[in-house]
Design a protein around this ligand. Structure first.
Ligand SMILES: Cc1cc2nc3c(=O)[nH]c(=O)nc-3n(C[C@H](O)[C@H](O)[C@H](O)COP(=O)(O)OP(=O)(O)OC[C@H]3O[C@@H](n4cnc5c(N)ncnc54)[C@H](O)[C@@H]3O)c2cc1C
Length: 383
């Protein structure tokens, strides 16, 4: 068993770390306070090759393997979950999904622009009445000659207000349940596509854009189908297989950032005439956090490695997402406590990590849903 990263993986890790530390970390607090991120930062990620990383060179990518992509998400997650989240949706849920399911024309038209960051992508699955149970979606796609007419709404769509391209899921025959679902690859300037910011102040991920999207008799050509009629649910689940690895790697980054901040604080903060890091109770917290971070890293890298080996990794990806997000929730909670009153203020980044990490536990399948995926894979379905 070889745990070492290859030269090329190390180079990508260093490139991502350098960008995260020098370009994102200095503005992370300001982005969180302002509730938005500068679009130039996103364009820069395109120029630097991050957004198209895993795409083949013919579409403007660098052909990264899954381990390299996970390393990039980990480094971004260490400094800011909103920036990492934008990239996971754009690259893993959208671009990698087009690469797998798109026609030659769709790939040629969309992927180079997405790789360069000229166009941004979003993935529209969740609805007001269909969250964990995505197959029960109410958005309809009615066939009319060479077109489909879409009606319905989607909520919580990351990048939804700024995206140029959307993968939209709608049911063409609700009697068929999930077998009636179709995936559409559309440009967001179509007539009948209306979007607005989600209502309410969000707990974390405040620099992310989350949209409420409505489709009102939106006509899309048949050529916008991604996959065949009725294959939409498969398309959605295969995209989540990529996306969940991105969320798991991002959570690993958050957990690592909590550990780094806690170690630094334990070394420097003094009470009762000694470093707080010399109290055994604090040492125990830090040791548990370090063990969690190491275990999460092994699970995330294993899931990525299995994908690179061409093996099915749905269960392992869910295990990685479940463990890494839960470990990061524990780490963030302990990091805030360990910082005392300082941890309660955004003067220190652990306050933001604590708010952001809850989102990772919820989106792309909550921790409950990951447990269902894992258990069903182990137990199997009754015939
Ligand atoms: C920050 C953020 C970003 C998001 N980005 C996107 C995006 O880009 N695109 C997109 O399509 N969606 C996105 N979502 C939506 C997200 O995927 C859903 O919120 C999530 O899948 C849960 O659905 P729900 O909110 O409807 O909760 P519900 O499905 O109503 O669940 C409520 C609770 O019930 C539990 N539950 C449900 N079913 C079961 C079950 N069978 N067994 C046990 N427990 C169960 C859930 O785990 C949860 O605790 C985002 C959400 C957030 C918060």
């Amino acid at each position: 068993m070889n745990f070492a990263l290859t030269d090329s993986q190390q180079k990508i890790q260093h490139r991502a770390r350098d960008f995260a530390q020098t370009r994102v970390a200095p503005i992370a607090r300001e982005m969180d306070e302002r509730g938005a991120m500068p679009l130039e930062l996103v364009r820069e990620m395109g120029v630097l090759g991050f957004l198209g990383g895993p795409l083949p060179s013919e579409y403007g990518g660098e052909g990264w393997d899954a381990v390299s992509l996970a390393l990039c998400y980990e480094e971004l997650g260490r400094v800011d979950s909103s920036v990492r989240g934008l990239m996971t949706v754009h690259t893993s849920l959208v671009s990698q999904c087009i690469l797998k399911w798109g026609t030659a024309e769709q790939k040629q038209k969309f992927l180079p622009k997405l790789a360069r960051g000229e166009w941004l992508g979003c993935y529209a699955l969740t609805e007001p009445n269909a969250g964990s149970d995505a197959a029960s979606m109410e958005t309809t796609a009615t066939q009319d000659d060479d077109e489909f007419v879409l009606n319905g709404e989607k909520i919580w769509i990351t990048n939804g207000n700024i995206a140029d391209v959307a993968i939209v899921f709608a049911n063409s025959n609700r009697a068929l349940k999930h077998k009636g679902i179709c995936a559409f690859l559309i440009e967001t300037n179509l007539k009948g596509f209306a979007r607005e910011k989600m209502r309410g102040q969000e707990l974390g991920h405040r620099a992310s854009d989350h949209a409420h999207i409505r489709f009102e008799n939106m006509r899309v050509p048949k050529t916008a189908l991604l996959g065949n009629v009725g294959e939409g649910f498969k398309v959605a689940m295969s995209a989540l297989d990529h996306g969940r690895l991105g969320v798991a790697a991002g959570a690993l980054g958050v957990a690592q950032a909590c550990l780094d901040a806690s170690v630094e604080f334990a070394r420097t903060r003094r009470q009762f005439g000694q470093r707080i890091g010399d109290f055994e109770m604090i040492q125990s917290v830090i040791a548990n956090m370090a063990a969690d971070v190491d275990a999460a890293r092994m699970l995330v890298y294993r899931a990525a490695w299995l994908k690179d080996e061409g093996q099915r990794a749905t269960r392992e990806t869910s295990i990685a997402k479940l463990f890494a997000t839960e470990a990061a929730v524990r780490a963030a909670s302990e990091a805030v406590l360990l910082h005392g009153g300082r941890g309660y203020s955004n003067e220190y980044p652990v306050e933001r990590y604590y708010r952001d990490i809850k989102g990772l536990q919820i989106y792309e399948g909550t921790s409950h849903i990951q447990r269902i995926v894992i258990a069903r894979d182990l137990i199997g379905k009754e015939m």
